[in-house]
Design a protein around this ligand. Structure first.
Ligand SMILES: [Zn+2]
Length: 195
């Protein structure tokens, strides 16, 4: 982590609403237009440039300015991006990618801006943390772990408890349901219903 920065989470990330995004893009209209062909060409690749590309997000608050740093993993490469927000004026003042110096708004900086905007739109029930390796950067074998790997046990025994299912069947019979997908697999149910 950079000096003076803390790990970003859903509680400390600055809010970026759609108006702030629109105003920022509109104020950079000329540069955006001249480079839009490059952005479109790059986005035609199949790799995701959404949430899975973003990771290691950190931030520093120096009111009213909040500086957010993140990494975009795209095409097997890390791209460091800075987003600067004036929280008092609700204004995005700068988005910069440190690995595409020839572009003002490259796909990586645009992806980071939209990532932060999406976070602002989410309804969060518990704090989400954004200091993690981008999912795009994980090998497929690292994306999933088995229950055995997670618990360190070879076998997991789960006590069978069909009470909820039996209650569901009972209620389904009471309502005489016959168009529920799960009930199509319960032959006894069908026999009972049409007796
Ligand atoms: Zn870039």
């Amino acid at each position: 982590m950079d000096a003076g920065f803390v790990k970003a989470n859903s509680a400390n990330l600055p809010k970026i609403d759609s108006l702030m995004v629109t105003q920022f893009l509109a104020s950079n209209h000329n540069v955006f237009t001249s480079e839009s062909r490059n952005i479109k060409t790059s986005l035609s690749q199949k790799e995701s440039l959404g949430d899975d590309a973003v990771g290691y997000v950190q931030l520093r608050k120096e009111p009213p300015v909040c500086t957010v740093l993140g990494k975009i993993f795209y095409h097997q490469k890390d791209h460091k991006v800075t987003l600067i927000v004036n929280e008092t004026e609700s204004m995005v003042t700068k988005v910069q990618c440190h690995d595409c110096t020839e572009l003002f708004i490259c796909i990586h900086s645009l992806a980071f801006l939209m990532w932060a905007h999406r976070r602002s739109e989410e309804t969060i029930e518990s704090t989400q943390y954004y200091w993690r390796k981008p999912l795009n950067a994980l090998k497929s074998s690292e994306r999933f772990i088995t229950v055995a790997q997670m618990t360190g046990k070879d076998k997991i025994s789960i006590e069978e408890n069909p009470s909820v299912f039996l209650e569901f069947i009972k209620e389904a019979k009471r309502r005489q349901l016959n168009n529920c997908l799960i009930l199509k697999h319960c032959l006894k149910y069908r026999e009972d219903l049409f007796q």
